[in-house]
Design a protein around this ligand. Structure first.
Ligand code: GDP
Ligand code: ADP
Ligand code: 5GP
Length: 207
């Protein structure tokens, strides 16, 4: 059985819950799903682990990686650089593992151009007030950072229609069920099933 994993682009305004949804998805360390760990020049938040949440690098190291063509996409978001490294993604998909990119819309657009088979999922908060409550409740960013993220939220959300799927993260469990439904449906597309059941299809269709 040969399989190829699906590539998911997950975007949302900061605080809508995309990291929480992706972590819940990967909680039991499923062998068929993996999140891509980005490089960033942002300072680690309390509790963030280098190599697990991000690869934390300085601006000089980030620019060297750009020069080495190490990224499939990179963007400046909220004054910091963020980038997705190339090699891990192709290798992981080739093993039949689904890969999740937690990236902003600019990155999503770049990936979609290079890999049109990538499936876009946009996460929306139920309201602006709730988004601000979540950013504040997360308790990890200064008021100044929260204000700038709220100011950017409308611009990020204005790109929702470029994505194939939209999830409203109001009740967390419902949103997680929705995300799982999207993932499952992608495994059932004709193209995916042709990859997965190639041998069986040859047998079934032989005269
Ligand atoms: P369509 O086939 O006529 O719908 O249009 P395209 O071939 O241009 O795009 C295919 C799908 O990709 C559509 O559902 C678009 O909404 C979606 N899409 C376009 N741009 C982006 C993007 O930047 N990110 C993501 N995730 N999806 C996009
Ligand atoms: P993002 O990765 O999109 O910036 P997070 O996953 O860090 O967002 O979520 C922001 C905050 O909102 C976190 O404190 C998280 O626990 C909380 N949160 C996420 N989803 C929900 C939800 N459906 N209801 C209430 N709080 C939520
Ligand atoms: P945070 O600092 O809250 O972890 O992330 C801030 C924003 O940067 C989010 O919108 C997140 O999706 C985006 N982001 C994280 N990693 C990448 C990446 O590798 N590339 C791009 N383009 N955006 C990223």
């Amino acid at each position: 059985m040969s399989t190829r994993g699906n590539l998911f682009i997950v975007s949302a305004p900061s605080g809508a819950g995309k990291s929480s949804l992706i972590s819940a998805l990967l909680k039991d360390k499923p062998s068929d799903k993996q999140v891509s760990v980005s490089h960033t020049t942002r300072q680690p938040r309390p509790g963030e682990v280098d190599g697990q949440h991000y690869h934390f690098v300085d601006v000089e190291q980030f620019k060297a990686l750009i020069a080495q063509d190490a990224f499939i996409e990179w963007a400046e978001v909220f004054g910091n650089y963020y980038g997705t490294s190339k090699t891990v993604i192709e290798q992981t998909l080739a093993k039949g593992i689904d890969v999740f990119l937690d990236i902003d819309w600019q990155g999503g657009e770049q990936v979609k151009k290079l890999m049109p088979y990538a499936v876009g999922v946009f996460i929306l908060p139920p309201s602006k007030a709730e988004l601000e409550r979540r950013l504040t409740g997360r308790g990890q960013d200064s008021q100044q950072v929260i204000d700038s993220r709220m100011a950017q939220a409308v611009s990020e959300m204005s790109h929702y229609a470029q994505y194939e799927f939209v999830i409203v993260n109001d009740d967390f469990d419902v949103a997680l069920t929705d995300l799982n439904a999207i993932i499952r449906s992608q495994r059932l597309t004709c193209a995916s099933q042709q990859y997965t059941h190639n041998g069986m299809l040859i047998d079934l269709l032989a005269d």
